[in-house]
Ligand binder design. Structure first.
Ligand SMILES: [Zn+2]
Length: 302
């Protein structure tokens, strides 16, 4: 089974997984279905659960590792609209970035939104798996995909490198192929990210030159100091609050771009889906916008 597919040196050889799809049995070729355990093996090679923050809750939420998987849906949030999409498409597995059950629970009754999601998935025979902060710090991880989506083409390095392996870590910093103005960068970033109701908020001189770009998928205000320390011309992240943003702008020239949380993490879904496609299963990336904010009033905006 799965342990026997791992070479002795600890590095997993995915040619073995491909063999799981077309295996030799009794001298004849036959197809061996991909199981949930196979998918988990390949995901956890790229996004090791041991890298997750201590407060996080990653891994398998529901599902039988021995179950056959043919279709995998990738989404940022395990919300009801995503469960609807998965069940309509007859997905056997949903892989999400955000955990469904981040805090401990004493039950999953169908009378609560989270319990209802678990009931619907189990009833339909579908599994749910989460790769959260372990995907954030992976190499490549969530912020690599974000940096590419907003136009960074050069080498990327972590804003906050991991002590264990400096190639991994939170956030990324890199260079644009050529300097642009902050306004041009923001417009290109808006086009590169999926559209949301709120779009992008920008703090800084629209005509200021931008070449060095720092990014962090999700709520990244803990890396404001790191973005300044690496000399970024702009820092793009999500969920920035008034006081940290205002004080940051008072104390330096790095501009800020605040994007929708969902939009900053959505580009990673394509990377994760490519990893899983190695097993031969069908993958789909959810385009349901699950950002918390659903519209904005233009009244009062300048
Ligand atoms: Zn997030």
């Amino acid at each position: 089974m799965i342990p026997s597919r791992r070479p002795a040196d600890g590095m997993r050889d995915f040619r073995d997984l491909e063999c799981a799809v077309t295996a030799i049995s009794d001298g004849t070729l036959r197809r061996v279905p991909t199981t949930l355990a196979d998918i988990i093996t390949i995901l956890e090679d790229r996004y090791d659960p041991a890298w997750a923050e201590p407060w996080d809750a990653v891994g398998l939420v529901c599902g039988d590792p021995e179950a056959v998987v043919r279709r995998v849906l990738f989404a940022v949030d395990p919300v009801s609209d995503v469960v609807d999409e998965a069940l309509d498409w007859h997905a056997d597995l949903i892989v999400t970035h955000h955990p469904l059950l981040l805090r401990p629970v004493h039950g999953v009754p169908a009378t609560t939104p989270k319990g209802r999601a678990v009931h619907r998935l189990i009833t339909a025979g579908a599994a749910l798996y989460t790769a959260h902060t372990n995907a954030d710090v992976a190499d490549p991880g969530v912020s690599d995909a974000l940096a590419r989506a907003v136009g960074v083409t050069g080498t990327l390095r972590p804003l906050s490198p991991s002590a264990e392996d400096p190639r991994r870590g939170l956030g990324r910093v890199g260079e644009l192929p050529a300097p642009v103005t902050l306004r041009e960068f923001a417009d290109a970033a808006a086009k590169g990210l999926p559209a949301t109701a709120v779009g992008l908020r920008v703090a800084g001189d629209p005509e200021a030159p931008v070449r060095t770009v720092a990014v962090c998928g999700g709520a990244g205000d803990s890396l404001l100091g790191a973005a300044r320390a690496v000399g970024a011309d702009v820092y793009l992240t999500a969920d920035l609050r008034h006081h940290p943003a205002s004080e940051f702008r008072e104390d330096g020239s790095t501009a800020l771009v605040d994007a929708a949380h969902w939009a900053t993490e959505w580009p990673w879904l394509g990377d994760a889906a490519a990893v899983v496609r190695q097993t031969g299963v069908e993958t789909r990336i959810s385009t349901v916008v699950t950002d918390a904010w659903t519209f904005r009033s233009l009244e009062g905006s300048t």
